[in-house]
Design a protein around this ligand. Sequence first.
Ligand code: ZN
Ligand code: FE
Ligand code: FE
Ligand code: ZN
Length: 270
Amino acid sequence: MIDLHIHTARCGHAQGSVAAYVDSARARGVDIMAFTDHLPLPPSVLCADPRTHEYAMPESELGAYVDEVTEAAKHADERAPTILLGIEADHIPGEEEYTRTLLARYPFDVVLGSVHMIDGWTFDDPERIDGYARWEIAELWDRYFEQVAQAARCGMFDVLGHIDLVKKFRFVPDDDVERRYAALADAVAGAGVAIEVNTAGLHKPCHELYPAQALLRAFARVGVPATIGSDAHSPSEVGRDYEAATSALVDAGYRSVLVYERRVPREVGL
Ligand code: ZN
Ligand code: FE
Ligand code: FE
Ligand code: ZN
């Protein structure tokens, strides 16, 4: 069992220490786990919207995060899962240099790239759900998918996180979803990055995996590799719904998933 998307209390909106997540992973039989807490946000975002301080650890804590995960990885006993040093970075247009600089500072095993924000609007925050009223949903989807495609092409990320997060609150266009899926799959394939099957969506209003099964099939058709993550924000969520993820992958045609060491992918069979 693998889980390559795990947060910790350090980000300010998750519960549990690194040690608590490792204990939970061991108890659940996880073989490989990656801590991927939220990369600090750039000052421009933090200044524009004070609430964004709750989305990620402050920059002053990034070194301590890296040290804590690295220590845990070093001292894991034989029964413990292999622990990877990862990070979940926001793709924020115009802030690529800030992100690139922070990512270059530490020897990450895997970097997830996620879009949680459109023009400063954090569309996945339940407290910001009123923002959907300002959009034509089809236009919102086009805009979001375009930003995800940019994230794919920017070269900073190994894996795109919860790639259809825009569906979280069930604002879904009624036209042409398949066309959008095919275009996104081509963009991601062309960029040479992987996607994750993220099981957290099953517990959100959308009640389905990220990505939707039709989108996962589109990725499989064009050869985009995949990995699996729970997006755990509490230790009890590590490895959650793993079987749902593997069934979806097998159904879409996948026979293996990726794990990473120092940004180099390796396939493991499903
Ligand atoms: Zn989070
Ligand atoms: Fe995320
Ligand atoms: Fe996450
Ligand atoms: Zn996430």
